[in-house]
Design a protein. Structure first.
Length: 134
């Protein structure tokens, strides 16, 4: 195993650990409403930390943004807004279903690769029926 493979495996393990523990702090602030917890989580993880990292690691960040056209800025902003809506809806699902079930519901767009390299897309009906019964 070469160095890039070891680094890649390490990064995947760190990402899995972070993904699995991202909602852990919410267990310690049960007195807060979920909206308050989600606001703090969203501001820190989606606004504050990315901007700090961008200013630290990108030389001439402001000039880089100034050099972009309106379309080059608009597309990521619109996609980011869509992701923000998805984050809010995920927060609602965690509040209503619980952390374990919210993570266990399969993503209908997720696919598996068969030995013949044919993508089989799972049908979302079972998860939709399960969500409707809650």
């Amino acid at each position: 195993m070469g160095h890039p493979v070891v680094a890649g495996v390490f990064l995947v393990m760190v990402a899995g650990l972070m993904s699995g523990t991202c909602m852990l702090p919410s267990k310690f602030v049960r007195a807060w409403k979920w909206e308050n917890v989600w606001l703090v989580f969203s501001m820190v993880s989606l606004v504050i930390i990315p901007w700090i990292l961008a200013f630290v690691f990108v030389d001439h960040l402001v000039e880089t943004y100034r050099a972009l056209t309106f379309q080059q800025l608009a597309i990521p902003i619109l996609l980011g807004a869509g992701w923000g809506i998805a984050q809010i809806l995920f927060g609602v699902s965690v509040k209503r279903l619980g952390l374990g079930i919210a993570y266990a519901i399969p993503n209908p767009r997720r696919f598996t690769e068969t030995p013949k390299r044919i993508c089989a897309i799972p049908h979302p009906a079972p998860s939709n029926i399960g969500m409707a019964s809650c």
